[in-house]
Design a protein around this ligand. Structure first.
Ligand SMILES: C[S@@+](CC[C@H](N)C(=O)[O-])C[C@H]1O[C@@H](n2cnc3c(N)ncnc32)[C@H](O)[C@@H]1O
Length: 182
């Protein structure tokens, strides 16, 4: 997979990644990390946790990639990737996956997940891992994205009636059972 080191993209092999994660008690992923500030700030304060940011926008991530390099933080990684092209190497290790204020296909995948979206996101977590999502889902802040992606109004009624995560999780479970138990 491709990681940023300062301004440059470098390749990290699966073996190198497995070697790196041995050194940490926890692994936390920030999906759609933007400029990588969340990764940098947390990595500075928690040296025993490995923080991994993922985003499609290499240029944006360079901002804090340079800071990470300057401070020689070995517990912060910024990875070039997306929901559509997710590095396999990252699967199954995260104690926590954060998704903060997603846009575009990431926002769509959170509010109206397909089975495949749900599988990709949940595959990042280890068995007892937790996903924490914060949405700026409001006419004031996200009106363009909500209209552009034709997203539903995410009020308590929608959540109660559709509760897509639970539904999608159940559908995924059903699909797994069909695949592996018959
Ligand atoms: C509003 S920014 C939020 C950045 C950061 N999480 C924050 O809270 O400041 C949304 C981010 O989602 C990323 N994004 C959008 N679609 C994505 C996808 N399919 N996979 C990964 N990242 C995506 C964008 O590149 C952008 O950096």
């Amino acid at each position: 997979m491709k990681a940023l080191k300062g301004n440059k993209l470098t390749e990290i092999t699966q073996l190198e990644f497995l070697d790196l994660i041995k050194k940490f008690f926890r692994i936390e992923i920030d999906f759609g990390t933007g400029d990588g500030r969340f990764i940098y700030k947390n990595a500075l304060n928690n040296l025993t946790t490995l923080y991994i940011g993922i985003d499609t926008n290499e240029k944006q991530m360079m901002k804090y990639s340079r800071e990470i390099q300057r401070k020689k933080l070995n517990n912060a990684l910024l990875i070039l990737g997306s929901l559509e092209l997710l590095p396999k190497e990252l699967e199954g290790f995260a104690d926590t996956v954060y998704i903060h204020f997603p846009w575009g296909s990431l926002l769509k995948a959170i509010t109206q997940p397909t089975k495949s979206d749900l599988k990709k996101l949940s595959d990042l977590l280890k068995n007892d891992g937790v996903m924490k999502i914060v949405l700026g889902y409001n006419e004031k802040f996200e009106a363009n994205e909500i209209n552009r992606l034709n997203l539903p109004e995410l009020d308590s009624n929608y959540i109660k009636e559709n509760y897509t995560w639970e539904k999608a999780a159940q559908q995924t479970l059903d699909a797994y059972q069909k695949l592996f138990m018959h």
